[in-house]
Design a protein around this ligand. Structure first.
Ligand SMILES: O=C(O)CCC(=O)C(=O)O
Ligand SMILES: [Mn+2]
Length: 242
């Protein structure tokens, strides 16, 4: 798809609530997958206070993980916080210790703000990531673990260095459409064309929500960026099913 067409079609899919602060962009990825981007979710100054607190107080670790049968040091630091009594989370052969919300009270304030911005949401766990520079990254993956259910909402709040967040459609397993026999082109329902890659610049104090079938149908990543020298902290709030 050429870039001009892509820009026009994305603009048509976006709903912009207002032009300034609190602007919310809803991107329809097709097939009941959506992303909501709120570039200025938290106030700039408050966001630096959260950044400094998290940078200093979270017990960051760089665990060894297994990818395609080989051990690697995870290319970013991490920590996990969850409500008591939830089933444990595991990814890439690593089972993080679940810290308590009570240990880090500012996380509860951020969680409250997320719940307020997303009526009906009720997150009970949080994966934190710290990218110490442009060599730290998260590769292509989806958070499609069974314990999040078939249509998980994942709310991502970012602090510090701006980093690009990419979404790429998974290859489809089967041919999904069926041509009606003897149907004339003019009678076919109008199809909205959805690009199969998207990019979001996740800025200091921003919120990005993935919902619907985004984890089933799309991969996401935060690639290496030589010029992103400063530290970035990202929080992904999730709901573990009980
Ligand atoms: O850092 C980000 O923006 C995304 C992190 C992520 O995808 C994850 O922790 O699963
Ligand atoms: Mn993820």
């Amino acid at each position: 798809m050429n870039l001009a067409f892509r820009a026009a079609s994305e603009a048509a899919e976006h709903q912009r609530s207002d032009g300034g602060k609190g602007r919310r962009v809803v991107v329809d990825l097709g097939n009941e997958s959506q992303v909501v981007h709120v570039p200025r979710f938290l106030l700039f100054e408050d966001s630096w206070k959260y950044f400094d607190y998290l940078n200093k107080h979270i017990p960051w670790t760089r665990p060894t993980i297994r990818v395609f049968g080989r051990s690697h040091i995870q290319p970013r630091e991490t920590c996990y916080v969850a409500s008591a009594g939830l089933p444990g989370v595991a990814y890439s052969g690593y089972k993080p210790h679940a810290y308590s919300w009570d240990d880090y009270p500012p996380l509860k304030d951020i969680l409250d703000a997320v719940h307020k911005a997303l009526p009906g949401s009720s997150f009970n766990s949080l994966l934190l990531n710290r990218y110490k520079g442009g060599n730290d990254y998260v590769g292509w993956h989806s958070d499609d673990e069974k314990l999040y259910g078939p249509t998980p909402e994942i709310a991502s709040v970012s602090f510090g260095c701006d980093r690009e967040f990419l979404l790429k459609k998974k290859p489809s397993k089967k041919f999904q459409g069926k041509k009606g026999e003897g149907e004339r082109p003019s009678k076919r329902p109008k199809m909205i064309e959805h690009p199969d890659q998207h990019s979001f610049m996740l800025k200091h104090g921003s919120l990005l929500l993935m919902r619907g079938y985004t984890q089933r149908d799309w991969f996401h990543s935060v690639p290496k960026r030589a010029k992103a020298e400063a530290v970035r902290i990202n929080l992904t709030f999730r709901r573990v099913l009980e």
